[in-house]
Design a protein around this ligand. Structure first.
Ligand code: FES
Ligand code: FES
Length: 161
């Protein structure tokens, strides 16, 4: 079966095999490196992508479902304002996600700030649960995200004045 979808801004015609998941297409066919699928069951979050503007687990998404859809991965999202601000905030507060979750954590936090420009702690922790991690206290990450959100909103307010 052949499907067409826009992936990281480019239209792709893709031959999919029966049983293929989105993660197989992105990793094996398109060699997108930011996804490092582990559990392949929706638990680790290391396959997160944006599907038509919503975060989704590529390991749980049948490949045929992306016909006509738009997929964005960290490779594209890392250039947007929110993702850059999160990277800078992590750097400033010495939060260094490991190579296995770095890309998907930035992606999830950027999506959070797009959808919730001034998120409350509960919302931040909810998003962090998408990429569970025993290495960094989620409360510490949440403090940084509050800071990043405040700075972004202050800058926006000053621009609009
Ligand atoms: S590979 Fe773990 S959630 Fe998809
Ligand atoms: S899983 Fe990457 S920092 Fe914890």
């Amino acid at each position: 079966m052949t499907i067409e979808s826009k992936i990281n801004g480019r239209l792709h015609k893709l031959s999919i095999r029966s049983g293929d998941r989105l993660v197989d297409i992105l990793r094996e066919d398109l060699k997108i490196e930011s996804l490092l699928p582990d559990c392949r069951g929706g638990a680790c979050g290391r396959c997160l992508v944006m599907l038509d503007g919503r975060l989704c687990h590529a390991c749980l998404t049948p490949a045929f479902k992306i016909q006509g859809a738009e997929i964005s991965t960290y490779e594209l999202i890392k250039n947007i304002h929110e993702a850059i601000a999160v990277e800078e905030g992590f750097l400033e507060d010495n939060i260094s996600p490991c190579p296995f979750c770095h890309a998907v954590k930035i992606l999830a936090m950027a999506d959070l700030l797009i959808k919730h420009p001034l998120p409350d702690t509960e919302t931040i922790l909810g998003y962090l649960e998408l990429v569970p991690c025993a290495c960094t206290d989620p409360e510490i990450v949440a403090t940084t995200i509050h800071k990043v959100a405040d700075q972004m909103n202050r800058r926006k307010f000053n621009r609009e004045k």
